[in-house]
Design a protein around this ligand. Structure first.
Ligand code: NAD
Length: 310
């Protein structure tokens, strides 16, 4: 926490998928830094448990694929706190690792309903309650820009999130900033959904070999990136003055897809001392438990924009 009340004192934050993993870490970090937090999740008990630990938090049961429930989530925050300052559209799911042509159609559709449509609904129903300086942060994935075999539908859904974020950023600037974080592999419920268990040891070793930091991300790494993007530091740093590969926009220069700035990026660690890892791509198991690892992310350094790979 910074200062007696915290960086986000008085801010009203919604975190979807807030009962576990990255979302839980975001909820706890925003709360520790002074925010009121709506912990929104399909797992009602999990949301209640996290909210009960926090000084100013409410649980909210929601299936993010539901338009009605998303509207109700926004209304809950507004009724409790009078408005919304930050929305972390974080809830998401992988499918079981398998090649695309073997993936059942309903699983394909589920990827887009949970991972993509949810971000649209969150924006649609929260933005009318958000004012100048507010911020939306979607949890995408490094797989959205560097897909690997075995996770194609999931990665395509995250690619769609990135495009959605970029477009939304241009539409909502200058009042509201829209960003995405692109986590690499982290040990959360995600592993169980992908493998049906914790990540197998030999797979984890292979994953870590592809990560220059020598470890997988942690939920706190991802939460730190989200807090940075939601903070005033992001407004006053060079990052907010221009564009991003993940959709950062600002009052000064919104993202223009295809523009000369579009691929410019600066590591957040350089900007804010944030411990962003240089990371590899998403794990994908294609047939059996063959795991292909992404190459090291080739970061493009430049004076504008911020790419957050955590
Ligand atoms: N863990 C990783 O390796 C990794 C990597 C890249 C991106 N991501 C993304 O991070 C985000 C968070 O995942 P995580 O790793 O923390 O996983 P997690 O399984 O630990 O947490 C996901 C949370 O979302 C909730 N959720 C799932 N479906 C929902 C729905 N329809 N409505 C509301 N809530 C729902 C779950 O109940 C859970 O609490 C997801 O968008 C995921 O795709 C994860």
């Amino acid at each position: 926490m910074t200062g007696p009340e915290g960086r986000f004192a008085g801010k009203r934050v919604i975190v979807t998928g807030g009962a576990a993993g990255f979302g839980e870490a975001m909820a706890r970090s925003f709360a520790a830094d002074g925010a009121s937090v709506l912990v929104a999740d399909i797992d009602r008990r999990g949301a209640e448990k996290v909210a009960a630990d926090l000084p100013s938090a409410l649980p909210c049961e929601i299936d993010v694929t539901s338009e009605e429930q998303t509207r109700a989530m926004a209304d809950t925050a507004v009724e409790a706190w009078g408005g919304i300052d930050v929305v972390c559209a974080n809830a998401g799911l992988p499918h079981r690792a398998t090649n695309l042509i073997d993936l059942p159609t309903d699983e394909f559709d589920r990827m887009f309903a949970v991972n993509v449509r949810s971000v649209y609904f969150a924006a649609r129903y929260c933005v009318p309650h958000m004012g100048e300086g507010a911020s939306i942060i979607a949890t995408a994935s490094i797989g959205g820009i560097r897909p690997r075999p075995g996770m194609t539908a999931y990665n395509a859904s995250k690619g769609a999130v990135i495009t959605l974020v970029r477009g939304l950023a241009t539409e909502l600037a200058p009042a509201i900033r829209v960003n995405a974080v692109l986590p690499v592999s982290a040990p959360t419920g995600f592993d169980r959904n992908t493998f049906g268990s914790d990540m197998p040891e030999q797979v984890e070793r292979a994953v870590i070999r592809g990560i220059p930091m020598g470890r997988r991300a942690t939920p706190e790494d991802v939460a730190n990136a989200a807090l940075f993007l939601a903070s005033d530091e992001a407004l006053s740093s060079p990052a907010s003055a221009s564009t991003s590969t993940v959709g950062a926009a600002s009052s000064k220069c919104p993202v223009v897809p295809g523009s000369e700035h579009e691929l410019a990026a600066v590591d957040v660690d350089d900007l804010a001392g944030h411990e962003a890892a240089a990371l590899a791509g998403e794990v994908g198991a294609g047939g059996g438990d063959v795991v292909r690892l992404a190459e090291v992310v080739d970061r493009e350094a430049g004076p504008h924009g911020v790419e957050v790979d955590v």
